[in-house]
Design a binder for this molecule. Structure first.
Ligand code: PAF
Length: 272
């Protein structure tokens, strides 16, 4: 990847030359301080797919600069095996960033992100223990803490989050409001495969049989069946169901499939 970049929107980086990649946060901070113009930010854990692509494209269209972070955040994983199995595709991710016209990529280390040893944490005391939080204790504390750190690092005008992780989006939006953070949190529509399966990095871990079944989750939550009937139908198809919950105009779902020695957790939600 080229390291060509410039400090002003009028002399924006040659998109074909690729983003400038920062491993060290100190180097990024120097660059960030010199930028003039609006900054859009897309935080990710890597293994980018078309859903991430849509967030990045929107940011490129709406801002003078787009910053992508790729950081596999261990504090939001409940099990070491789940963290281990998370797909890692850095070269492919950087190619996608280049093709879309991303200006900067930040890939910090754990030592940099958690120099405090995770002593300081952002806790939400109600909604974070419901839905996914009920099944993944501590997950949202890890998410909110790392997102707070990343937003402070990026110093963006806008940050883009996919609606596939709707509970995460709501918690981040409300955290920014609660802490008077001066940026816009932009929700972006879920991107789907042809059979309705919501795009997710974890889909890479589906085997052939799992992939053939996975679209059922979206089909069923869109159906007229009630939540209990949807759970029942999913269980009969071999899913392990965490929850199917309809409330406040949205039906949210989390269910897993066993694929070989991996458990692939699928999330989805639709307006209802
Ligand atoms: O949605 C994700 O990929 C992660 O939860 C995020 C927001 C990048 C924080 O690690």
């Amino acid at each position: 990847m080229s390291s060509v970049y410039s400090m002003t929107p009028s002399a924006a980086p040659q998109k074909s030359s690729g983003p400038r990649v920062f491993k060290r946060l100190e180097d990024w901070q120097v660059c960030r301080s010199a930028l003039q113009g609006s900054v859009g930010f897309v935080p990710t854990m890597g293994a980018l797919h078309a859903g991430h692509g849509s967030l990045l494209e929107r940011s490129v269209a709406e801002n003078d600069y787009t910053v992508l972070s790729i950081y596999l955040n261990p504090t939001q994983f409940n099990s070491p095996k789940d963290l281990d199995c998370y797909p890692k595709t850095l070269e492919r991710d950087l190619k996608m960033a280049r093709d879309i016209g991303v200006d900067f990529v930040i890939t910090p280390s754990y030592e940099q992100m958690y120099a405090d040893g995770f002593r300081y944490q952002v806790d939400e005391t109600r909604f974070s223990s419901e839905l996914c939080g009920e099944h993944r204790p501590g997950h949202f504390t890890g998410v909110l803490t790392v997102v707070m750190k990343l937003l402070n690092i990026a110093r963006a005008d806008r940050a883009y989050f996919g609606e596939k992780d709707y509970q995460q989006y709501l918690l981040i939006r409300d955290m920014c409001e609660a802490f008077f953070m001066d940026l816009e949190i932009v929700p972006c529509a879920t991107v789907r495969e042809a059979d309705g399966l919501a795009m997710s990095s974890r889909n890479e871990n589906l085997d052939k049989a799992g992939r053939a079944k996975a679209g059922l989750l979206n089909n069923l939550i869109r159906s007229t069946l009630d939540d209990e009937q949807v759970s029942q139908a999913l269980r009969e198809a071999g899913f392990d169901v965490d929850y199917i919950v309809s409330r406040e105009g949205r039906r949210s779902a989390a269910a897993s499939l066993v694929c070989g020695d991996r458990v692939v957790r699928l999330l989805d939600n639709v307006a209802c």
